[in-house]
Write a protein that binds this ligand. Structure first.
Ligand SMILES: [Zn+2]
Length: 129
């Protein structure tokens, strides 16, 4: 290990990832890590949009969207959010973890809840229900 290398980045369940490149894929949450691959869950994936899980290679998951040389990554996924307590809920719209108080809708299953900022944005876009 050289002096410029930082501590290894650890991939853990409940972290969410977003494509390094805009339009490079869909966001997902890590379910579990098994060796060099991770099982991930996309809350709105699958043919009916009800969620789907798949495996991705751990080497495609990065701590940030830039390399240690400051270059923009064009492939793989970068860390978006990770919970700071086990009581937090995952918003399926922004794929970020929030305290329960920040949630507008809490639904069963990862990523089917909605945070207050996303709910407000949706209401603005589609008209309040
Ligand atoms: Zn949200």
């Amino acid at each position: 290990m050289t002096a410029t290398e930082t501590a290894p980045f650890e991939i853990q369940p409940r972290q969410t990832y977003t494509p390094c490149r805009e339009g490079g894929g869909r966001r997902f949450v890590v379910v579990k890590v098994d060796g060099d691959r991770a099982e991930v869950w996309d809350p709105f994936g699958g043919p009916r949009g009800l969620g789907s899980s798949r495996w991705v290679a751990v080497r495609n998951l990065h701590a940030s969207g830039t390399t240690q040389h400051g270059r923009q990554r064009r492939t793989g996924y970068r860390l978006l959010s990770q919970p700071t307590s086990k009581w937090q809920e995952l918003c399926g719209s922004c794929m970020r973890w929030h305290d329960e108080d920040d949630m507008a809708v809490i639904a069963h299953g990862w990523g089917h809840s909605t945070c207050k900022p996303c709910k407000a944005a949706n209401d603005k876009r589609y008209g309040a229900q």
